[in-house]
Write a protein that binds this ligand. Structure first.
Ligand SMILES: Cc1ncc(COP(=O)(O)O)c(C=O)c1O
Length: 420
């Protein structure tokens, strides 16, 4: 033990006394009680899993057990790609561990520009801006583009980062019913004509794995004079001939003003971005606070991202395999009698909907004990009252692994009473 650690251990650790009526933590009491009641039943905490060793995009050791990973966003399996890893190591050696600065000061290194070039090549756009996370890309772009007296119109099931982007800015916020073209039209129709409007959509909605009817939605937005932003976090890599996302697959690229995405899913590392052909887009680098007032990504991260993005341009075979996996898993689970988030396989996400939290945690734990990790999801991440296990497939899952996964779901479902 170091001298500092010994001193720290000797310090008193009793909490500061606060009167209950002044305790700012009192508002969390209901949540704490709910969690404690659940843990008291003896289940493992679905939100405290530790990966002790990660052997490949589809396999890890969790608590000493060889486990198949079916709950990562590693859709294209790029985390262990040898070229991606080599690019990261080379940048680490050449540029060091981090930039210690904002993109607008000392934090733009040549790998950041190269990464933005890779995005421009991938998306075929004039402009690309890299943020430190996808969360920050939404936070920054949404809060900055739509200002006071203007409107943001968003799907009720939007990701937290979209809601938080609205909360950070000063625009009026209007929600429409999830994936309802009619409701979007109605709500846009009620707004005054003159102010600027931004309609925010997602290609794939990540909790249920359903996709947006973008041609209809974009047409309605344009009819009302709104600009359109599509978040392709879960669509990048395997939708569309070039893997750009659902907006490419559905043929609306010419009418989408901004595409936001992340490096934390198909790209296989961390970071976020926005691409656009808007001629004035680069002014964002001066006015977008979540871009300006934070440190830029380490050069090794943007170098891995750039290499991965360029490889994803030529990943047609991987895309096809991922779709085969998605169809097989969806069909197999449906045939067993599980209720799924979508009637047909629409993306690499297959959501298994359970009766309540107790059943969801029981199935989650039984699968984990059998050697399968999936995501447990609950409100507020999911729509109200919805408890689900989210399965996200990877292009590196073999056909045999998918059969093993199905057998695990069958056994666990019967063991916990989720299947009749
Ligand atoms: C739709 C959507 N947008 C943005 C993000 C944020 O991405 P990141 O993990 O890079 O912050 C996520 C993350 O899950 C997401 O699902």
């Amino acid at each position: 033990m170091t001298e500092a650690a010994a001193t720290a251990e000797a310090l008193p650790v009793s909490p500061v006394e606060v009167a209950p009526e002044h305790d700012l933590f009192a508002k969390f009491d209901a949540l704490i009680a709910e969690r404690e009641a659940l843990m008291a039943t003896g289940v493992r905490d679905p939100f405290a899993i530790v990966m002790d060793e990660v052997k490949s995009p589809t396999q890890a050791i969790i608590k000493g057990k060889e486990t198949i990973l079916l709950g990562t966003y590693n859709y294209m399996g790029m985390t262990f790609d040898p070229d991606v890893i080599a690019a990261g190591k080379a940048a680490l050696d050449t540029f060091g561990a981090g930039t210690t600065g904002s993109r607008v000061l000392n934090g733009t290194y040549s790998p950041h520009k190269d990464c933005e070039d890779a995005l421009k090549e991938f998306y075929g756009t004039e402009h690309a801006m890299v943020f430190s996370t996808g969360y920050q890309a939404n936070l920054g772009i949404i809060s900055t583009i739509a200002g006071k007296g203007e409107y943001i119109i968003l799907d009720a099931d939007s990701h937290a980062s979209i809601y938080d982007g609205c909360a950070l800015g000063n625009a009026e916020v209007v929600r429409f019913r999830h994936n309802s073209v009619e409701d979007l039209d109605k709500r846009l129709g009620r707004l005054p004509k003159e102010p600027g409007k931004l309609v925010v959509l997602e290609g794939v909605y990540s909790m249920l794995g359903d996709i947006a009817p973008l041609p209809e939605m974009v047409a309605v937005a344009k009819k009302h004079g709104a600009m359109v932003l599509v978040d392709e976090a879960h669509g990048m890599g395997f939708f569309g001939p070039n893997g750009r996302g659902v907006y490419e697959e559905q043929g609306v690229a010419d009418d989408v003003d901004f595409v936001v995405g992340t490096f934390s899913k198909s790209v296989g590392t961390v970071g976020g971005f926005c691409v656009s052909n808007h001629p004035k887009f680069d002014v964002m680098r001066l006015v977008c606070r979540p871009y300006v007032f934070t440190a830029s990504l380490p050069p090794s991260v943007v170098a891995t991202a750039a290499t991965s993005i360029r490889k994803l341009m030529h990943a047609g075979e991987k895309r096809a395999h991922l779709w085969r996996n998605s169809r097989r898993l969806h069909g197999g689970l449906k045939d067993m009698g599980y209720t799924l988030g979508t009637d047909t396989p629409q993306s690499a996400i297959i959501a298994v909907i359970l009766k309540d939290q107790t059943q969801a945690v029981a199935l989650w734990q039984s699968l984990l004990e059998g050697g399968l990790y999936v995501n447990m999801a609950r409100p507020p991440a999911t729509p109200a009252g919805t408890y689900l296990l989210r399965c996200s497939l990877c292009a590196e899952h073999s056909a045999e692994q998918v059969e093993t996964i199905l057998a695990m779901f069958q056994a666990a479902g019967h063991a916990v009473g989720a299947l009749a």
